[in-house]
Each structure stands twice: as structure tokens, then as C-alpha cells.
Ligand binder design. Structure first.
Ligand code: AMP
Ligand code: ZN
Length: 478
């Protein structure tokens, strides 16, 4: 597999530290509210990376944190008059509910900053002992210029960064807040303010800086060198740059061999923000659309390209996904009949000579820096092939072989189920639909076609389409 590495700005062949294994660390959300639809992009994309590597035989150790102590969490806790941990635990739970809806598998480990404080203190002490950090009035800073490679991920020059800080440095000097040796230095440990959660440390009662947690938790749960570190492109600077500085200074080894960053999701071509009124949580969106349509939509673009989200584009994704689901349904129908036919010679030929080509095409797309857009095109081609090569004479064994292949690529690897989600329709609604269909069948028997049409329209208004087939009436959500 080739991966575009932000560090080198090249696509490189993936070579893990330990053959057959992959250690992946993905920066997770800060849990002060429901996750938004932008947060879902890295979750879905890197969950798909994990699934693909597993399908290719790797044993994957997938670690993704929850940032559970932060100014925003503390502010919300103060507004609600509860402990910060109550807010973070509440939204970790809600985040896991959303992940499950989007078929994002739980990580091997989901570490939380507040549960790893002793290890954070240990790394800060190590950096102080090595001369990479210093303490002023209870705050510990990383001495950025002590780390030679600073700027290598974001491709920034340290002197340019320094001059960018000149105004701020001046302001701090004037206001007397200037306690850093250098404006580029960043916080590893900060003392508490009144009413904030805190932990005891050799420097002050306080809490760790945000960048530190990922360096500490990735080392603890994966090791000194990660195979892949991932997150959204907004994290490249300063978050990931600072993680590299801390980890490589402390561990004296490469922090991560590959860096993957997803592009941003925009809403109607605008940045999503609460003030613009175009801010959507995953929970809002999943109330409106089947979550697997959202997953399919997210994977319909290669992860590094920007992705625009709009009702119209999601509707288009929904129609595209239908083609795959209809193809799967046709195969399932043949399998369910279980006609006991042997594979014909023509079917054997299709399985050995044609089917593997579609799988190879899918794999080649995924091997090319996780190009899920092209991988989905390969699935469409596969569906066209399965539609064209099956009919009433097809053996169930042949249909099953086709279905299994489609299932592996779509469900196992991309995480997109082949069956329609029934979750959108409640049991009561199902009962009501079936009662109306029974009434329509009775009306037709009595040749009361006006009533039958009336019921069909009523169902259509409920968003239900019906189809009269030889096996009876079938219905589905439009
Ligand atoms: P945060 O909680 O803001 O730290 O974000 C958690 C993850 O979501 C990070 O990997 C971010 O880069 C990513 N993220 C945030 N907003 C967006 C967006 N609009 N599009 C894509 N990824 C995003
Ligand atoms: Zn991080």
C-alpha cells in the first residue's frame, strides 16, 4: 500500500515497524459537546484504513484518544454547575453512540488524558532533565529551539515562525506576562485557575497541555515509533508539530513513520461554524439520513480532498448507494431460493476469470493512498457485472459467491452494510404500513381500484414505495 506522507509530501510504500503489524494513532475529539459532522470524517476515513489493513492481513493496534480536560469542557461544567468529568463522560458516551451509528469500530484502546496523569508527569520530568523544558511560576514550557527538527511536518521555517510571533511577544512584554524564554515555546503543564480540575505535580497543582497527551498516550499504547499518526489537516500545526518535538526529544527516535491528514468538510462550500448557522452534529444528520448514507458519502471522496456537504450531494449519495443495495438484494433473493443447482461451466468461468478483476481493481484503488472514491467505482462495476451475469437460471452457489465478494468489499472493508437500515422506521410505522398494504390488496380483490390507488398515494406521502411482484407486495422507504 502507498500512503501520502505529510512529512515528506510523497506517496510512499507502507513498511511497518514490525512486519504484519500496524500501530495507528488518531487524534480524537475534545468531548465538551456532541461531535459534529466534520469530526466524523477522520473517524470514518481512518476506521476504513484500519479495516483495509486488517483485510490485507495486518494485525492493527488502533489507538484514538478522548481529550477529556480542556478549557471548553471546564467552561461548560461551570455553566451547568457540575464537575468537568461529568461533562466529558457524558459526551464520550454520546460520541460512542454516534460512532456505532456510523459503523466506526471502537478503537483497540480509547485512552483519556485524565486517566494518564502519572505518565504525563513522567514525560514532562524527562524533558526537563534533558534540558528540553523548563518551569516558570508553576508552568512548564517546552524549549522549542532545543529541538532541531521543529517545523519539519508543517514545512515551516522556525525563523519565520519566530517573526510571526513578534507582535505577540511585544504585547506580552508590555503587559508583564512574558515568562517564556522564547515566544515559540509551548506549554507542557499549566497551573490551575480557581475552580478548575487539577492534579498534583512537582511544578504546581494543575493539568497537562493538550499536545502532551497524544505524545504520552501513543508511546504508552503503541510504542516509541508509530507506524501511522493521523488526524484532520488543521492539526498539522501546531498540534502534530509539537507532538513530534516532545516525543522525538524525549524518546530519541522517529515519532511516526507516516503522517496522514484528512481534508476538511465544508457545508455548502462554507466553513462550518456556529455563528454562520451551518453547524450540524452527527446526531442531527443521522436523524435526517440513514447513517450509512453518510458513511458512503464520506467515502465517496478521497480522504485528502476537501469535501463539500449539502442536502443535494447527500441525496445523490443515497441514490448511488441504492444501486449497490439493489444489486445485493437481487443476489440475496437467488441465494434465499436455494435452488440446489450446481455451478454451471459458464458460472465457473465467470468466477475464476472475471470476478477477481473487480477485486483487484478495488484493492489497487485502496492501495493508492486509500482512494475510496475509486474503490467505490470498482464496487459499482462489480454490481453491474453481478446484475448482468445473474437471472432466474442462476445457481444459488454462484449468487452466493458473488454476494460474498460484494459483502467483503462493501461491508467488511468500507463498513457499508448491504442491507437497508430498518432503524429509520419504527415498529408502529411498520405495522401501519403493512395494515395499509393488506387493505389495498383486499380493495383490489373487490375491484375497488379507486380505494387501492388512494392507499398507494397515502403510502407514497409517508415516503413508502410499493411494488407488486409475483411473490406479493414489496415495500421500501423511498
Ligand atoms: P477536535 O475535537 O476539534 O480536536 O476535532 C477532532 C478531529 O476532527 C480532528 O482530527 C480534527 O482535525 C477533525 N475535524 C474537525 N473539524 C473538521 C472538519 N470540518 N472536517 C474534517 N475534519 C475535521
Ligand atoms: Zn493529538
Amino acid at each position: 500500500m502507498r500512503i501520502f506522507n505529510t512529512l515528506t509530501r510523497n506517496k510512499e510504500e507502507f513498511k511497518p515497524v514490525t512486519p504484519g503489524k500496524a500501530g495507528i494513532y488518531v487524534c480524537g475529539p475534545t468531548v465538551y459537546d456532541f461531535i459534529h459532522i466534520g469530526n466524523a470524517r477522520p473517524m470514518i476515513v481512518f476506521d476504513t484504513l484500519r479495516r483495509y489493513l486488517e483485510y490485507r492481513g495486518y494485525e492493527v493496534n488502533y489507538v484514538s484518544n478522548f481529550t477529556d480536560v480542556d478549557d471548553k469542557i471546564i467552561r461548560r461544567a461551570q455553566e451547568e454547575g457540575v464537575e468537568a468529568s461529568e461533562i466529558s463522560e457524558r459526551f464520550i458516551k454520546e460520541c460512542k453512540t454516534d460512532m456505532e451509528a456510523l459503523n466506526v469500530r471502537p478503537a483497540t484502546v480509547h485512552p483519556q488524558a485524565t486517566k494518564e496523569i502519572p505518565d504525563m508527569i513522567e514525560m514532562v520530568q524527562q524533558l526537563i532533565d534533558q534540558g528540553h523544558a523548563y518551569c516558570v511560576n508553576g508552568t512548564v514550557y517546552f524549549r522549542t529551539r532545543s529541538f532541531d527538527g521543529y517545523g519539519k511536518l508543517s514545512h515551516k521555517n522556525i525563523d519565520d515562525l519566530e517573526s510571526g510571533h513578534r507582535d505577540e511577544a511585544h504585547r506580552l512584554k508590555v503587559s508583564g506576562e512574558d515568562e517564556k524564554e522564547d515566544p515559540l515555546d509551548f506549554v507542557l503543564w499549566k497551573p490551575k485557575k480557581e475552580g478548575e480540575p487539577f492534579w498534583k505535580s512537582p511544578w504546581s497543582e494543575g493539568r497537562p497541555g493538550w499536545h502532551l497527551e497524544c505524545s504520552v498516550m501513543s508511546r504508552k499504547y503503541i510504542g516509541g515509533t508509530l507506524d501511522i499518526h493521523a488526524g484532520g489537516e488543521d492539526l498539522i500545526f501546531p498540534h502534530h508539530e509539537n507532538e513530534i518535538a516532545q516525543s522525538e526529544a524525549a524518546n530519541n527516535q522517529t515519532f511516526s513513520n507516516y503522517w496522514m491528514h484528512n481534508g476538511f468538510l465544508k457545508i455548502d462550500n462554507e466553513k462550518m461554524s456556529k455563528s454562520l448557522g451551518n453547524f450540524f452534529t452527527v446526531r442531527d444528520i443521522c436523524g435526517k439520513y440513514d447513517p450509512q448514507v453518510i458513511r458512503f458519502f464520506m467515502l465517496s471522496a478521497q480522504y485528502r480532498s476537501p469535501l463539500n456537504f449539502s442536502d443535494q450531494l447527500v441525496e445523490t449519495a443515497k441514490i448511488s448507494l441504492e444501486r449497490i443495495l439493489n444489486g445485493a438484494e437481487k443476489l440475496e433473493g437467488i441465494v434465499a431460493k436455494n435452488n440446489g443447482k450446481e455451478l454451471s461451466d459458464a458460472e465457473k468461468k465467470l468466477l475464476t476469470e472475471e470476478l477477481p478483476g473487480y477485486v483487484e481493481k478495488f484493492n489497487a484503488a485502496m492501495d493508492d493512498d486509500l482512494n475510496t472514491a475509486d474503490a467505490i467505482s470498482a464496487i459499482f462495476e462489480l454490481v453491474r457485472f453481478t446484475n448482468a451475469s445473474t437471472d432466474t437460471e442462476t445457481s444459488s452457489t454462484f449468487a452466493k459467491a458473488l454476494y460474498d465478494t460484494l459483502f467483503t468489499l462493501s461491508d467488511t472493508v468500507l463498513g457499508i452494510h448491504l442491507t437497508r437500515s430498518a432503524a429509520e422506521i419504527s415498529d408502529d410505522e411498520v405495522a401501519k404500513i403493512e395494515a395499509l398494504i393488506a387493505e389495498r390488496t383486499a380493495a383490489k380483490k373487490e375491484k375497488n381500484f379507486a380505494r387501492a390507488d388512494e392507499i398507494r398515494n397515502q403510502l407514497s406521502d409517508m415516503g413508502i414505495v410499493i411494488e407488486d411482484t409475483r411473490e406479493g407486495v414489496k415495500w421500501k422507504k423511498a
